[in-house]
Ligand binder design. Structure first.
Ligand code: BTN
Length: 325
């Protein structure tokens, strides 16, 4: 975790207009001059523009768009989600970091949040990679500790998709669709993906890691993604605050999970159905991991599986898979 770098950047942000003496920064952070110089270099490498040197003092040239926990906490009004934050300037993958902690027996609080400004090995569904341009996207993982049987786990990805859908529509004014199981689309192109990974026993979920990647301020996407993906900036023509998106999303998700606890899974199922043009009446071919099933969508069952009505009228319930056509 980059806690010390966060502290240093936060200290610089408190004094935007004046140069802060290197001497004072080193003293306040309780580090040597050489460590301070090294940390300043690390921040510069991460894209933070800092003028000056140890003996002249340091000054930020502009307010950096960095998701510092110190800035998130006062804005976030949740009970559990995001109360513990791990923030990194660069990381292999937020999901991988959260699973490493769990694997090593670290007892993470329900709602613990991992944020990376950039990922070197962002993971997508089905073993794919997730393009994680530094500073432009939202790359986060949330650790949930639901007391439910594993069969209900899909509800968490569906709920996450609904929360993101609502947040993105509210903040950007764009119209968002949810493609089953959990891709968010704008103008038919993907702007957000969700990767849920579960640690479970046969009859009990221990934890679910919900990884979320949102293309926010990307000015362009790599050629191979151009036809299938876009960013909020490309779709709306303006930049968006990643911090505002994150805070709104966490509050939205917490409200949805609380409503689900009180009123049952139908809350999430109904909301997802209302947000997705894929829920009903859509002819699809889906690969469920074993075979391709063809049919027309007929809503979700109470566990969140997609119901597909096949040509002979039978209903196939699909818990996971990929739309192939
Ligand atoms: C998908 O394939 O659609 C899922 C993409 C999920 C990407 C996010 S980025 C943050 C989190 N950490 C990862 O390594 N992956 C997820």
């Amino acid at each position: 975790m980059d806690r010390k770098l966060d502290e240093l950047l936060f200290a610089l942000m408190q004094n935007m207009t004046i140069a802060v003496s290197g001497e004072k920064l080193a003293r306040d952070l309780d580090v040597s001059h050489s460590t301070l110089t090294r940390w300043i270099e690390k921040l510069r490498e991460a894209g933070v523009e800092i003028l000056g040197e140890l003996f002249t003092g340091y000054r930020l040239t502009r307010l950096p768009d960095v998701m510092l926990p110190q800035l998130i906490r006062p804005r976030l009004h949740t009970q559990a989600l995001g109360k513990t934050i791990f923030h990194f300037f660069s990381l292999d993958s937020t999901n991988a970091f959260a699973s490493r902690l769990l694997l090593h027996g670290r007892r993470l609080a329900h709602g613990a949040l991992v944020i990376a400004e950039s990922q070197s090995a962002g993971r997508g569904r089905l073993g794919r990679a997730w393009y994680s341009e530094p500073g432009s996207g939202l790359y986060i993982s949330i650790v949930l500790r639901p007391r439910i049987p594993p069969g209900y786990a899909p509800l968490f990805t569906l709920g996450t998709a609904v929360a993101l859908h609502n947040t993105i529509e509210r903040i950007t004014g764009l119209q968002v669709d949810i493609k089953w199981p959990n891709d968010l689309l704008v103008d038919g192109k993907k702007i957000c993906g969700i990767l849920a990974e579960m640690q479970a026993e046969f009859d009990r979920v221990n934890s679910v890691i919900i990884g979320v990647g949102v293309n926010v301020n990307h000015a362009a996407l790599p050629a191979e993604l151009y036809d299938t993906a876009t960013s909020l900036r490309l779709a709306s023509g303006r930049d968006h605050s990643r911090m505002e998106l994150l805070v709104d999303f966490l509050e939205e998700l917490e409200n949805l999970l609380t409503r689900c606890e009180q009123a049952g899974p139908a809350t999430i199922i109904d909301d997802w159905t209302a947000c997705s043009s894929y829920a009903n009446g859509r002819p699809l071919q889906i690969h469920n991991g074993f075979q391709v099933i063809e049919g027309t969508t007929a809503g979700l069952n109470s566990f969140g599986a997609l119901r597909l009505k096949t040509a002979d009228g039978t209903i196939e319930e699909i818990y996971s898979g990929e739309i192939v056509k």
